[in-house]
Design a protein around this ligand. Structure first.
Ligand SMILES: Cc1cc2nc3c(=O)[nH]c(=O)nc-3n(C[C@H](O)[C@H](O)[C@H](O)COP(=O)(O)OP(=O)(O)OC[C@H]3O[C@@H](n4cnc5c(N)ncnc54)[C@H](O)[C@@H]3O)c2cc1C
Length: 380
């Protein structure tokens, strides 16, 4: 006899875990299903650092920044874990958006101020600063290895069930319910649920593509890439480090650049730096986990030129997946009994608790997602 559940969340990465927490806080009965074990390194939410970069000017994203700062603080309070290390963010380079970002943040009550490269160097001598520096002291690094277990632990404390090593191998969308076939070490089973939240990251197309097409709706193209930042060994032990984004300038000095650079200090591992969204397109179930050597060499050249506080020849590559839409806007929408959260690229972690709240509100019918995140907008 098939079991009937209330809300199933498919995918126990950052977004699924935050959604389970948000739903459980609203007293909903939640079952979180994750194909791999706790702390796995096969998706997009592993490791101990992600930048909480505040460098946004678009109103939908600035609104989410204000809420995310509040919700991360609530998660820390409820869990007793320190998840955000407020090192500040120092974005630099000739970024034409800086004035709009500074104006939008100050309007939202989020601190931001300009520093000269020399002033910034005074504070953070491990970085060579470029042209203009926008300093945002409320930013810093989030720790996924603390955040995901905290979300799940609190959801369980509120009555949710979290099942690792449980893979959804089939999803059928019916009128007002979904039918799921699960595979786990104890065999295969079929469950029915009133609704399902799909936060399957790089596997979203595999989990949902066919089922959605049968309803006449469709997913926008989701590009899954294997990204490869690297940790560089710190040589200047006394230096302190903000999170940073470095925007490309013009001229020969930037000719080897692929994209703007992001970076941060990962305690115990070094200074992480990476190109954004230029890794090879991959099938998440057939990845090499090996760095692409030409991009890695360019990253070393970047470190040699712009990060005097590290040894550019002593590095450890990291492998991780981005799932991106054409516009890099996220998908937050509902189709019948299915709620979709996907396309969080290399920028979604900072917004995790807000995205969890938006997906929970979609599941409880409390409110629709902002228009910018709707399927219809991304499938034109
Ligand atoms: C290298 C790198 C650097 C980044 N840096 C930043 C940063 O500095 N700041 C920032 O804000 N963001 C950053 N991000 C982005 C952020 O990490 C991601 O947007 C976020 O982690 C995505 O979470 P997710 O839950 O969508 O995906 P995942 O964490 O991949 O979760 C999806 C989960 O679904 C599970 N799943 C899939 N299919 C099934 C199935 N059939 N049955 C059961 N379970 C299933 C998977 O196993 C996986 O655990 C970075 C990402 C990468 C890769």
């Amino acid at each position: 006899m098939a079991t009937t559940l209330d809300t199933v969340v498919i995918g126990g990465g950052a977004m699924g875990s935050a959604t389970a927490w948000a739903l459980s806080r609203q007293g909903r009965q939640v079952t979180l299903l994750e194909q791999f074990g706790p702390g796995h390194k096969i998706g997009a939410s592993h490791g101990t650092t992600r930048n909480l970069n505040l460098g946004y000017s678009r109103p939908e994203y600035v609104a989410m920044l204000g809420e995310t700062l509040k919700l991360w603080a609530e998660l820390e309070q409820e869990s007793g874990d320190k998840i955000l290390d407020r090192t500040g963010m120092a974005n630099h380079g000739p970024d034409p958006r800086f004035p709009d970002i500074a104006a939008a943040l100050s309007q939202a009550g989020i601190r931001a101020k300009f520093l000269s490269p020399d002033e910034a160097k005074e504070r953070w001598r491990g970085i060579r600063f470029d042209e203009k520096v926008l300093y945002m002291p409320d930013g810093g690094q989030l720790n996924p290895e603390k955040a995901l277990p905290a979300f799940q632990r609190l959801a369980i404390a509120n009555g949710s069930e979290v099942r690792h090593h449980t893979k959804v191998v089939d999803l059928q969308i019916n009128e007002g319910s979904v039918r799921l076939t699960l595979e786990s070490p104890s065999g295969s089973e079929v469950v029915t649920a009133n609704q399902a939240v799909v936060t399957a990251g790089a596997w979203t197309e595999k989990v949902l593509g066919g089922a959605l097409a049968r309803t006449g709706a469709r997913l926008p193209e989701l590009r899954v890439t294997q990204e490869q930042p690297a940790h560089f060994r710190v040589v200047d032990e006394g230096a302190t480090w903000p999170g940073f984004n470095h925007h490309r300038g013009f001229g020969d000095e930037y000719k080897y650049w692929y994209t703007p650079i992001y970076g941060m200090q990962t305690p115990g591992e070094g200074i992480k730096a990476g190109w954004h969204g230029v890794g090879p397109v991959v099938d998440p179930d057939r990845r090499s986990f090996l760095p692409e050597p030409v991009q890695l060499a360019a990253l070393q050249e970047y470190a040699r030129n712009w990060l005097p506080g590290v040894d550019a020849d002593s590095l450890e590559a990291v492998s991780c997946t981005y799932t991106s839409t054409r516009t890099e806007d996220y998908i937050l929408d509902r189709v019948g009994p299915v709620i979709i959260g996907a396309g969080f690229s290399g920028t979604g972690f900072k917004f995790v608790p807000v995205i969890g709240r938006i997906l929970a509100d979609l599941a409880t019918g409390k409110q629709a997602a902002p228009e910018v995140f709707r399927l219809a907008r991304l499938t034109v």
